[in-house]
Design a protein around this ligand. Structure first.
Ligand SMILES: Cc1cc2nc3c(=O)[nH]c(=O)nc-3n(C[C@H](O)[C@H](O)[C@H](O)COP(=O)(O)OP(=O)(O)OC[C@H]3O[C@@H](n4cnc5c(N)ncnc54)[C@H](O)[C@@H]3O)c2cc1C
Length: 390
């Protein structure tokens, strides 16, 4: 019997497990496969490093700049806000460090356990069933946290959420490649597309980089991810950064993430909370979700601690997870980003093309564009009129 059963030992589940275990609670962290390398760009915001000083000790180069390209390859180069930065990591390494932190704090990690359903007694959730190489296992607990990402079976089995529809997702394909390149290690390279999505090159080290592309919304149906990924690799505008003809492929994979923002009506129920990708905590347009996965994991853990102390695991108590100010801020921020999608991508990305052309001519306008990308500032009417008039 555990106090909390967490399904999924990715960034959200591991953070949740660590906070609960540090507070002295008995935590089971169920993971389908610790050797799985989550398909991801691996860009991690500096705020995550505040929670994991062990990542800072790895001395990974800090990335503070962005080289952005519009669909017709106009370019805008800028440095990020204040002392914020990102690091790029191989997800296999990141996830194992975060899991280790949870285990060191006292959480019990059960690897090769694929959770597929709840156990019920008198219509109340009392446990989780998993498939393991040795057969079906059962884990009993007081509170259940669903942290098993996009492919979660429990989120659906909980009855508070339906299955994803294809246009609610983003579909991405990425690789880690190695070889001589013309990339500046202090920058990430972003290439907006005429369709909903973008391509990226994120330097991991001098020779290694993560490269990928994704589509989202209705464009998941219009475009084939494998074809556009190949087109991206073959594109002369990309090749100028990657002049080698034969990069060593360390790993390639494809996967999806939720693209419509937080599922705010489906985050909690009686003795249940949903965190990270399973709850839609991925930033629309940019696809960043590691930071918000970790934050949602921490806040769910803090909520569970209060519930365990008061022995109240009801939906009525757990609603404070959704009502948390940081969660509210994430939901609001994602809604603003979603409201900008049409503007970004209408007329095959022409607004973005014009925006980058104008940025070159007008330094005041450039500053507004940078603020929009760095601080999520919403463009004013004047700003939009200027683009329309260009
Ligand atoms: C192509 C792509 C590129 C991305 N690039 C970035 C980026 O550069 N920066 C960024 O911040 N975000 C990025 N994201 C988003 C980021 O990967 C996720 O938001 C983040 O990993 C979410 O963390 P999580 O813990 O909620 O879920 P996950 O990282 O998906 O972890 C879920 C865990 O649960 C396990 N699991 C799954 N099913 C089960 C089951 N049934 N039973 C037990 N365990 C299970 C999995 O093995 C995994 O360990 C990208 C996503 C994609 C698809």
């Amino acid at each position: 019997m555990h106090d909390v059963i967490i399904s999924g030992a990715g960034p959200s589940g591991s953070q949740c497990a660590e906070v609960l275990a540090k507070a002295g609670f008995k935590v089971a962290l169920l993971e389908k496969n610790t050797n799985w390398r989550k398909p991801c760009g691996g860009a991690i915001h500096s705020s995550v490093l505040d929670l994991y000083p062990q990542l800072t000790k790895l001395n990974i180069p800090k990335i503070s700049g962005v080289i952005m390209h519009s669909a017709d390859y106009h370019k805008l180069e800028f440095k990020g806000a204040g002392d914020e930065y990102s690091i790029i990591m191989d997800r296999l390494e990141l996830d194992n460090i975060l899991r280790e932190a949870a285990v060191d704090a006292g959480a019990e990690l059960f690897d090769r356990n694929l959770s597929f359903d709840f156990l019920f007694k008198n219509q109340k959730k009392i446990g989780v069933k998993t498939k393991t190489p040795a057969g079906i296992k059962e884990y009993y607990g007081k509170i259940f946290v669903v942290a098993d990402g996009m492919s979660s079976k429990l989120a659906f089995k909980s009855g508070i959420r339906s299955k994803w529809k294809i246009d609610e997702l983003a579909i991405g394909k990425c690789a880690i490649l190695e070889g001589d390149n013309e990339l500046n290690e202090e920058y990430v390279y972003v290439f907006f597309k005429p369709y909903q999505g973008y391509g990226w090159i994120f330097p991991i080290s001098k020779k290694r980089f993560n490269i990928g592309v994704f589509t989202f919304g209705e464009d998941n149906i219009r475009y084939n991810i494998h074809e556009i990924y190949q087109e991206f690799l073959d594109n002369p505008n990309i090749n100028k950064y990657l002049p080698d003809s034969n990069y060593k492929n360390i790993w390639t994979s494809s996967y999806s993430f939720p693209a419509k923002g937080v599922l705010e009506k489906s985050l909690y129920d009686d003795n249940l909370m949903i965190i990270g990708d399973a709850g839609g905590f991925v930033s629309p347009i940019s696809g960043e979700g590691i930071q918000t996965a970790v934050f949602s994991g921490r806040i769910a853990a803090e909520t569970a601690i209060g519930a365990l102390q008061q022995e109240d695991y009801s939906k009525n108590y757990l609603k404070i997870y959704r009502a948390n100010l940081e969660i509210k801020k994430i939901i609001r921020n994602f809604k603003l980003k979603r409201s900008m999608i049409k503007f970004f991508y209408e007329n095959n990305g022409k607004n973005l093309n014009k925006m980058l052309i104008l940025s070159k001519k007008d330094s005041e306008f450039r500053e507004k564009v940078v603020n929009m990308f760095s601080f999520g500032e919403i463009p004013s009417k004047d700003f939009i009129t200027k683009i329309n008039d260009e």
